[in-house]
Design a protein around this ligand. Sequence first.
Ligand SMILES: [Fe+2]
Ligand SMILES: [Fe+2]
Length: 170
Amino acid sequence: MATDTKQDAIALLKADHRTVEELFEKFESAKGAGAKQKIAQQICLELTVHAQIEEEIFYPACEGKIEEDLLKEAYVEHDGAKVLIAEIEAGGPDDDYYDAKVKVLSEQIEHHVEEEEKRMEGMFAQARHAGLDMDALGEQLRARKDELVATYKAGGLPKPETTTFTEATI
Ligand SMILES: [Fe+2]
Ligand SMILES: [Fe+2]
């Protein structure tokens, strides 16, 4: 959703994390196939946009400024999530494994978010310490996010593009 309030990059990305956590909780307590599917689709949209703006804007800005292993793992974690997101997006609550897929996605995201937000050594802490221009990055992230949300709401989610996986998997 568009907003006029300025957020620095980390505040924006953390707010996205909180939104998705709330949606996962809502999914857990939702009753009925229709309600569950609606929430799951919202999770897929939020996570797709979030991963994309991180990969297009935030992660490249971190390149060479934070621990390389951490950044590489983040890309692979995103790719793992994209596979599950595509599964959830294509399926529905009548899929025997639907709830399990959403649950496992939430667990993977929980781990990934911790790697990004961990105090002192997490990705965001390292990026802050490296002196990235968080205000400028925040503006870029916000603009791209608004654009992608509008595109995907109108045309649906694109086929997932993984950054690190080989052709063998998708
Ligand atoms: Fe994130
Ligand atoms: Fe991420």
